[in-house]
Design a protein around this ligand. Sequence first.
Ligand code: NAD
Ligand code: IPM
Ligand code: MN
Length: 356
Amino acid sequence: MKTYEVAVVPGDGIGKEVVPASLKVLDTIADIHGGLKFQYKEFPWSCEYYLEHGQMMPDDGLGILKNFDSIFLGAIGNPKLVPDHVSLWGLLIKIRREFEQSINIRPAKFFKGLRSPLVNPNDFDLIVVRENSEGEYSEVGGRIHKGEDEIAIQNAIFTKTGTKRAMKYAFDLAKQRRNHVTSATKSNGIVHSMPFWDEVFKETEQEYPDVQTASYHIDALAAFFVTRPQIFDIIVASNLFGDILTDIGGAIMGSIGIAPAANININGRYPSMFEPVHGSAPDIAGKGIANPIGQIWTAKMMLDHFGESELGQKLLDTVEEVTNDGIKTSDIGGNATTIEVADEICSRLKKTAAVS
Ligand code: NAD
Ligand code: IPM
Ligand code: MN
């Protein structure tokens, strides 16, 4: 029996709804496999935890997480209770950085039964490789003066190592797909980091002569997501550009509630973390109507990470089948609840397993 130890952090808002729904699906997958088991340990780290303890996780939180095979996280953030920069930097971003999860893989693909705002969404099938530990997300800077003279300075940090690492990851991924990488730049307006980004991209593409490339300024690229989605295979983007592009990707698929993500530690020193693109959605939290597909697809990425890609593919095919049959939450035009969608996925997985 292969057992994976998974640290579960449901977090805030709809994280507390879509995570349990996804764990039901993961357990069904394990049952079907027969030789696979997920051992969960749940941690209540969230904004409510912060109110009680004055921090988002205990002092030894990272030490605890370090021993798990992976981290499965819902979403963090309840700005009514705790300012976002405090809650996110105290947990999510802390884990990404301290555990050297330098690559954020964010696939986006249109599938049957969804409603896209695009006229022809069938060609929409891409992966954003987001640099996940530096760039515009930086603690360097500060605020000086007070009152009307106040100045806020936010420095973006791009290292050669971090930039090249993200780019190489993108090129390697392209080799498993359609051999094409697009760079998201903005070297016409950002005069230090982005010309540097372009140089590193040029250097990297020379190491991959079989991979085709393109480079667009992020503003034009965002528009091409909508008008020419077929030109994209892999997109490599800085931390902030990748963040923004992947919400657009979610919208193009039909809802940001569908979009999955994986924060990968590529040196194997720490666990990777699996959390969807969306946030805690305070506007719908507690209603039981959150779309669980983003979190379930994220679970599929965790299966891939564990080398269980066949099961992962079966899971995604079942999600597509359920969606296509109209069992879906209201954000994508249905009237099913979070749990109804998850239960339907579980019962179909069981049925297919019984037949085969
Ligand atoms: P959000 O993604 O939470 O919500 C944006 C919109 O999308 C809302 O209308 C919401 O109802 C909808 N939505 C999101 N997920 C959905 C789902 N699964 N099903 C149906 N609808 C869904 O973004 P926001 O409103 O900017 O942020 C809310 C909070 O979440 C903030 O505190 C923010 O900082 C945090 N946040 C956390 C993460 C994370 O932990 N990974 C990611 C993004 C935002
Ligand atoms: C995401 C989120 C986070 C990010 C926020 C909550 C800090 O938007 O994971 O996409 O910007 O990375
Ligand atoms: Mn985001």
